[in-house]
Design a protein around this ligand. Sequence first.
Ligand SMILES: O=C(O)CCC(=O)C(=O)O
Ligand SMILES: [Fe+2]
Length: 252
Amino acid sequence: MLTKDQVARYHEDGYVIPDFRLSTDKLERIKQLHGALLERHPEFKDYCNALLDYEPAFREFAEDPEILDMISQVIGSDLALWNMSFFAKPAHGGKRTPWHQDGEYWPIRPLATCTVWLAVDAATPENGCLKFIRGSHKDQRLKAHNRTDATDVTLNQELDPAAYNEDEAVDLVLEPGQISLHDVYLLHGSEANHSDKPRRGMTMRFMPTTSHFDRDLAKRKAETQKIRDQSKQKLFLMRGVDRTGRNLFEDA
Ligand SMILES: O=C(O)CCC(=O)C(=O)O
Ligand SMILES: [Fe+2]
């Protein structure tokens, strides 16, 4: 569980690093599953944004009761897992992630999600750890993004340079097995990996079921923003009930 102070930190800063460590066994299992996935799909060497479509076994890590307890402390006790991704950032050139707000990409209304970012390897400034701008989620608004057609990036929507000041960024330094939780409006990004160590990170994205995963909006966003069509996204109810009555879940 998060302490009262950690819950307050999450709301104040837009992220928190809980006292949590995934076991070495589970980390090894994640590395194995990911290694096998890359053998089948080498195109995901930098980034896979639909992990469960290609390897459903990853879901067990999002069913961890300790993690679900923490998520319910920050977004409430009715919650769904709607995405898992893998930012693999290999040694010697793993791609940068442009500065962005997650919400720019996602067809969830009202916009809400808590992301668990799990460090599979140690994440440091040298291998391109995530960088957050503390408190930048607070007005709960999306700022201007521009599309980038660069090929050395994981994502294609980039915050307008006038919307943030990189000097305010803090490094999210994590040991293997540690996690951070971050808000859907938080400004964040990461540099390329020029080191000789990989920086693998796995995400689990949870939304409160007071929000609607809008599949029509997903289609429109795919067209207008040239992002992946998320209209067929699999949603898993993890705790509680659907509060909107409009979300479509997979059978558990
Ligand atoms: O791992 C990265 O470099 C980016 C991760 C990210 O943007 C996210 O988890 O929302
Ligand atoms: Fe992100």
